[in-house]
Design a protein around this ligand. Structure first.
Ligand SMILES: Cc1cc2nc3c(=O)[nH]c(=O)nc-3n(C[C@H](O)[C@H](O)[C@H](O)COP(=O)(O)OP(=O)(O)OC[C@H]3O[C@@H](n4cnc5c(N)ncnc54)[C@H](O)[C@@H]3O)c2cc1C
Length: 292
């Protein structure tokens, strides 16, 4: 199917992109186009104008601050994130997720900013952003602001972004010494989207988990932290398989069955089961990285 008619504008700077969004009614940013264009072809989205971010060089690339914080430009592709050796060793969960998104075509076009701004329940990066405590940098008519991932990822395809705002980058704080992270997913075999994905970050000292952040995507309408698991992991020995499984068994605790996604790929019970299995796997892998 062809998309509805739209106008196209190329932005050469973030300021220009913001101005174009303000100037044109029902305008939308286009990044990798791998979610927006399929939606337009299905006529689920019918923007009157597209503002293209692909020619803004400042929005691409990965840089590291003196404090160890890593900032990734919103237009940086999954392939570029995957190829970055320091990300693979420092932010295991991000590397795991980015290197398994879709197929090579998707990874060469899809962007970290587009993924988070779209907030697809089956997208991989929202849970990773929560587990790694990411901050989004946003520019708009009123200047620049920073927003934490938990505040940004509001609901199903919904984020805390005004219509004339652009995500410019995403930053990840330096992981503390003795920490590790991992992402595990059960994917739709056709698309690669997460039927359930779990991102885990653990801080380990003397062989035991002292703090953890664990988040799910795919199973619920948007990515969320799993507080019951995080609390249960405190004090668990990294090599204590039974205790990790016991903590992971709480992954679906407190979630109403009606809050689970349920479709032809997996019903609510199966997604709850995947949450428990994948939580144990992600925590185990994160522990191995923290102690390895
Ligand atoms: C075959 C296929 C398989 C896929 N498999 C997976 C998968 O396994 N895992 C996964 O996570 N995703 C998957 N995707 C989705 C893919 O990762 C998309 O690239 C991603 O969801 C959106 O990123 P994008 O750069 O393509 O954004 P676009 O499609 O260009 O935009 C998506 C939305 O975000 C907005 N937007 C984009 N950039 C910004 C910005 N900088 N600031 C503010 N708003 C912005 C746009 O206006 C639009 O509303 C798949 C897609 C396809 C086609």
């Amino acid at each position: 199917m062809y998309p509805a008619k739209f106008d196209y504008y190329r932005a050469n700077s973030v300021d220009e992109a913001v101005a174009l969004l303000q100037e044109h009614e029902r305008a939308k940013l286009i990044a990798g186009g791998h979610s927006l264009l399929p939606s337009m072809k299905l006529r689920l989205a019918q923007p009157a104008a597209l503002v293209d971010l692909n020619f803004i060089a400042d929005l691409r690339g990965i840089c590291r601050g003196d404090d160890g914080e890593t900032t990734i430009g919103a237009m940086t592709t999954y392939a570029a994130v995957t190829d970055d050796a320091a990300i693979a060793t420092t932010f295991g969960a991000l590397h795991d997720a980015a290197s398994n998104i879709g197929d090579i075509q998707v990874r060469n076009r899809g962007t970290i900013g587009g993924n988070l701004a779209h907030n697809d329940p089956g997208g991989d990066l929202p849970a990773v952003a929560l587990a790694l405590d990411a901050t989004l940098h946003v520019a708009g008519r009123n200047g620049k602001r920073r927003v934490g991932a938990a505040e940004f990822l509001v609901g199903l395809f919904e984020v805390a972004l005004a219509p004339d705002e652009v995500v410019t980058s995403v930053s990840f704080p330096a992981p503390v010494v003795g920490s590790g992270s991992a992402y595990a997913k059960f994917e739709n075999p056709a698309s690669g989207y997460a039927i359930c994905g779990i991102a885990a970050y653990v801080e380990v000292s003397d062989g035991a988990i002292r703090a953890a952040r664990v988040a799910v995507n795919g199973a619920l309408d948007h990515a969320q932290r799993l507080a019951a698991v995080e609390a249960a992991l405190s004090g668990v020995g990294c090599g204590d398989e039974a205790a990790i499984k016991a903590a992971a068994s709480k992954a679906a605790d407190g979630i109403d069955e009606w809050d689970f996604m349920s479709d032809i790929h997996a019903d609510a019970d199966y997604r709850a089961h995947l949450m428990r299995v994948l939580t144990a796997k992600a925590v185990r892998n994160a522990c191995d990285r923290a102690t390895g």
